[in-house]
Design a protein around this ligand. Structure first.
Ligand SMILES: [Fe+2]
Length: 304
């Protein structure tokens, strides 16, 4: 497939990270990367972004918040009143506490697996099913990719008035220029370019039918713009372009006969426990324990 789609670049010289994507929707581009190690991978520097949506009553819906600086806060307060602070999955929650302290009147919303992880936060609600949330029912749609049978669930949001769909970790894209040669190979192997990373595919061993249903909900929205949290571009625009992009990113969810699906689920299950986890353990052992010690000892005798 010819995959030269027209991605809108991130404009340079943005003041405090805030960029208007369309009327009433902005991204906040995090200034610093976050370092994270996916299963069986080295640590990668991830660029990431938050999303801000302004509702009709001037309330702001902040998804996956980035660090809140005083300068950014001034810009945010010019847009409206922060009322909803939302986590799309149990990984993107790091700055919710700071935003909650800055905006104590705001309601915190959790993704299904987050509350046990962040017992320090006082969540107003956990988004557990696809029932419309009355606080933003007419202005933001959402659906959960995942079930209790999977290891990771993510809430995908849609802003109908701008036709924008928002993904966090279900699709990733990186700029290979930011990586060393080893990381260039491992990110390719882990399918981290305009695709669902392999680790997330493996987290959904038995619940792929539910993910297909969720993806159909997204197609039904007919998004004309897509933002993803980890990408070197701001958004992709155009209904046909977005559809093409999603079909390629989620080609691993293409329907297969039930017998093949069952066999593949068992193979994935065995692979995760007998292959993926042991290899992951060895990589962590080497990269985080053995290699730093060897390097430290050698540095006493050699310049490394
Ligand atoms: Fe992420």
């Amino acid at each position: 497939m010819n995959f030269n789609l027209n991605f809108r670049p991130i404009q340079r010289n943005i003041k405090n990270g805030l960029i208007e994507v369309a009327p009433n929707i902005w991204t906040i581009e995090a200034k610093e990367c976050i370092c994270y190690r996916p299963p069986m991978q080295p640590r990668y520097p991830y660029t990431y972004r938050a999303i801000v949506i302004r509702l009709k009553n001037n309330s702001l819906f902040v998804l996956s918040p980035t660090p809140l600086t005083p300068e950014l806060r001034t810009d945010i307060d010019r847009l409206g009143n922060v009322k909803f602070i939302v986590s799309p999955n149990h990984i993107h929650h790091l700055h919710m506490g700071d935003w909650s302290k800055a905006y104590p009147e705001a309601f915190l919303y959790a993704s299904p697996r987050l509350p046990p992880k962040r017992k320090d936060l006082n969540f107003h609600k956990t988004l557990k099913s696809n029932i419309l949330e009355p606080e933003w029912a007419d202005e933001i749609d959402w659906c959960i990719f995942g079930t209790s049978q999977g290891l990771l669930d993510e809430i995908v949001f849609f802003h109908p008035s701008s036709g924008t769909v928002i993904f966090t970790d279900l699709i990733m894209d990186f700029d290979p220029a930011n990586f060393n040669n080893l990381s260039k190979v491992t990110t390719r192997w882990n399918q981290m370019y305009k695709h669902t990373p392999l680790g997330i595919q493996l987290a959904h061993i038995f619940d792929r039918a539910a993910l297909r249903a969720a993806l159909n909900t997204v197609y039904h929205w007919q998004p004309e713009r897509i933002i993803i949290a980890h990408s070197p571009w701001l958004c992709l625009e155009g209904k046909e372009e977005v559809k093409k992009f999603l079909e390629k990113a989620f080609d691993w969810l293409n329907p297969v006969p039930i017998i093949i699906e069952t066999v593949m689920s068992l193979i994935r299950f065995i692979a995760v426990f007998l292959v993926i986890l042991p290899i992951h353990f060895l990589i962590v052992l080497f990269a985080d324990i053995i290699y730093p010690k060897v390097k430290k000892n050698l540095s006493k005798y050699f310049v490394i």
